[in-house]
Write a protein that binds this ligand. Sequence first.
Ligand code: NAP
Length: 212
Amino acid sequence: MKIKRYGIMGGTFDPIHFGHLVAAEEARAVLGLEYVFFVPSGRPPHKKERPITKAEHRYLMTVLATATNPSFKVSRVDITRPGYSYTVDTISAFREMLGPDCELYFITGADAILQILSWKDVDRLFASCYLIAATRPGYDLSQLRASFGASWQRYSDKIKTLEVPALAISSSEIRRRVAAGEPIRYLLPESVVQYIYKHGLYGAHRQVKGCI
Ligand code: NAP
């Protein structure tokens, strides 16, 4: 019997954009995933000092962005779990939900994976899932390998990279553009653009430069 595979797309999604959606769709096609579960972080462990948008806004934008793809689902597991959103706990929750007889692929940005050796229970994490590092165009893969140092041999079988040209889009650039009154259309789904302006996120003003 063919082993079922599931993707778990972890990120802050502040806001979600087409780069994330293309990365998830590409992973689904390349790996033959049954579903990709988008999991907006509740309290990202490494952003203790930096303010992030309320989880409920990030969750609702993720729901809007993924609504038309039947292979995409959104999970509240990191938002409802108290404390910091450690990935090892996220994977445990999915393992419990989906059972032991499936493969789990945690998909996130390659820059996030650079820090993975400092994540909670990293051995248990690697024992329970594969890690998919989505890279932006021109990303230097040697830095990923270098970040593991002597541990590379131990974990390299569980890490795969996925180049995603659409990841030239970034959440930080979208936030900057909104605050500066620059257009963001076509960088993210229209429903999310409207949500950002309706709720005044990222210092949004109704007036976008160059629009009448
Ligand atoms: P981040 O530091 O905000 O992002 C790092 C880079 O990866 C950014 O360039 C970001 O681009 C990109 N990125 C983030 N998520 C992505 C995705 N799903 N697909 C493609 N690119 C992505 O990282 P983060 O979003 O806070 O954390 C990523 C995931 O790692 C989350 O699920 C988080 O909970 C987990 N994490 C766990 C631990 C731990 O267990 N100790 C520690 C850190 C992170 P954009 O800004 O455009 O998204």
